[in-house]
Ligand binder design. Structure first.
Ligand code: GLP
Length: 284
């Protein structure tokens, strides 16, 4: 686990975008897992800039989104106000501005007639694509990854999940209130990749910013591994995990000095000031 602490949201976003872009340049057919929420918006903006100004090419990238509300989606036959979907969010914040092919985009279908069957097919599609190379993640205030609410099995797969009151409050504020939708009318269920699904990715990029995430970030990274904070499953992850935080979100970490020390060592290694071999264990 490598924890990178940046001064502010802009620097966190730039670092994250650079990491994603580096992976795409190395492997143009990258299978990229994507997240919604306010946290990755700055990262997506920076990726769009890189596409426009530096020719970052998404034409062969395959994407899989983490989750979607049940009962919403892009369906032009439905009234517009019902479409506070993550599908729409992703199109507005990223897909419409880069050259990803529509057929390479996968988002759980909130309008699927048989959601359970859909979840099974989603898992299948991830397998058929060869698995997720890099999964971008935020963290909910109750410690969730995607919509894996407290109590979700750490071995869970893609499925339908009921949302907690806290998640409904947060998502109502950021997605539904401004659309003039009553709290009761917003979807109370979602399709979400499971924690077991997420842990099969080859690498993870987790982002968090702001004071309101400080406590839960410390719980996830340094507290016990527990289904009560599903993001604590990061401690079980066997691939490469990079956690990029701003100073506020990092402010309750006990081992903050160690993370900064490792980051400095890594920078020295990258600059060739500590020999060529990366000593085992330094990467965390
Ligand atoms: C939602 C999403 C999560 C996201 C979380 C945090 O619950 N399902 O994937 O990480 O919100 O959102 P924000 O980045 O807006 O704090």
């Amino acid at each position: 686990m490598e924890v990178i602490i940046k001064k502010n949201y802009e620097e966190m976003s730039r670092y994250a975008a650079e990491l994603i872009a580096g992976q795409i340049r190395k492997n143009p057919r990258l299978v990229l897992g994507l997240a919604t929420g306010a946290t990755p918006v700055g990262t997506y903006k920076e990726l769009i800039r890189m596409h426009r100004e530096e020719g970052l090419d998404f034409s062969q990238v395959i994407t899989f989104n983490l989750d979607e509300y049940l009962g919403v989606g892009i369906d032009l036959s439905k009234p517009y106000h019902l479409d506070q979907s993550y599908a729409r969010f992703m199109h507005e914040e990223l897909f419409a501005h880069i050259n990803v092919k529509p057929e390479n985009i996968h988002i759980p279908d909130g309008l699927a007639p048989d959601p359970e069957e859909f979840c099974r097919q989603y898992e299948e599609a991830i397998r058929e694509a060869g698995g997720i190379d890099l999964q971008v993640l935020g963290i909910g205030r109750d410690g969730h990854w995607a919509f894996n609410e407290p109590g979700s099995s750490l071995a869970s797969r893609t499925r339908v999940q009921a949302l907690t009151k806290e998640t409904l409050d947060d998502n109502y504020a950021s997605f539904y209130r401004q659309a003039g939708i009553a709290r009761e009318e917003m979807p109370h269920f979602a399709i979400t990749m499971g924690i077991g699904t997420i842990l099969e990715a080859r690498s993870i990029l987790m982002l968090a910013n702001g004071k309101k995430k400080a406590k839960v970030v410390a719980q996830a990274l340094e507290g016990p591994v527990t289904s009560q904070v599903t993001a604590s499953a990061i401690q079980l992850f066997s691939g490469k995990a990079t956690i990029v935080l701003d100073e506020e979100a990092a402010s309750e970490l006990k081992n903050i000095e160690y993370y900064r020390h490792v980051e400095k060592l890594q920078a020295e290694l990258a600059a060739g000031r500590r020999g060529k071999r990366v000593p085992e264990g330094v990467a965390g």
